[in-house]
Design a protein around this ligand. Sequence first.
Ligand code: PLP
Length: 361
Amino acid sequence: MAEAVVDLSAVRDNVRTFRRLVPQGIVAVVKADAFGHGAVPVARAAVEAGATWLGVARAEEALQLRAAGLTAPILTWLYDAAELMLLGDVDVDVSVSTVAELQRVVSNPSVRRVQLKLDTGLHRSGSPPDRWVELTRAAAHCEALGAVTVRGIWSHLSHGVSPDAAQSTQQLQLLRAGVALARRAGLRPSVVHLANSAGAITLDAPDCELVRIGAGLYGIDELGIGLRPAMRLMTKLTQVRRIRAGEGVSYGHDFVAERDTTVALVPLGYADGIPRIVSGQASVLCRGVRMPVIGRIAMDQFVVDAGDLPVEPGEPVTLFGDGSRGEPTCADWAEWAGTIPHEVYCGIGTRVPRRYEEAAR
Ligand SMILES: *Cc1c(COP(=O)(O)O)cnc(C)c1O
């Protein structure tokens, strides 16, 4: 009944927008099944549009891309020992933050390339600055033995979105200092990278070879650079009924009709990622008009107020899209839910099939 339609031409356009605006090579970040959009189709589209690298959080996600035949270099930054074993011979760059991790990686003969991560201020992962010299020396030693190649050095911004220029600049300076120390230890990394989508636009770092673009691929346009939302979430009305003034709708009757009205059932609920908290704020597009979501959102369904429109079961409903037809956007849903579009996209559940299309533009 429901489907998430992913417009791969929007993904390509978004990659091209970044290519126009930034000099660095693009790592398409397709973690979490490409923020719910589907890792393999999105990765293919991003590479077609000129992304030169792929980035994923988990080793399993890297394996999925290789199994689908993607040959671009891949960086993965979250894995455990068992997942490292799984990586087999698929040639994936593994992020390393500590000497212990380095030893674990080196003892796994299938991993050939690592990228050393320096903590420049996010304080989540990466080598603490006071352990960096030790890590780079150990890595240079492993490299000299032929055990591994250090292909990159990288870090992650703490204020990438709400660009705190001073913080980002300081992190860039710390990364540059880290690269200098690594070179002194004998390392010759071919890629250095720091910025995410927003940082790619705001941070001037000509000495970095790559930027890691996640949100921007999907059209989450944090800085208003003209990105296109790639996903449209649609379904069909399944039931329609007339209720009288004074009658309540859904559990607990949080909504009570002030006048006679037509209400219609939308077969998506919080199990599909519709945030329960948006009731009373959200609306959907049906017959070209916005219909408010009324009453509590249930696990599998919610109700909208169609007023006096003669809607019928089977009529298409758009929950969100790029806004061009008057429908809400994912950013609207995120605002109603008090969260960010990333979380809404990632939450769209497995009961909602993804369908891929190429919009005619
Ligand atoms: C998710 C992620 C990104 C992408 O960030 P966006 O803000 O979505 O572009 C980049 N780097 C790392 C390490 C990440 O975890």
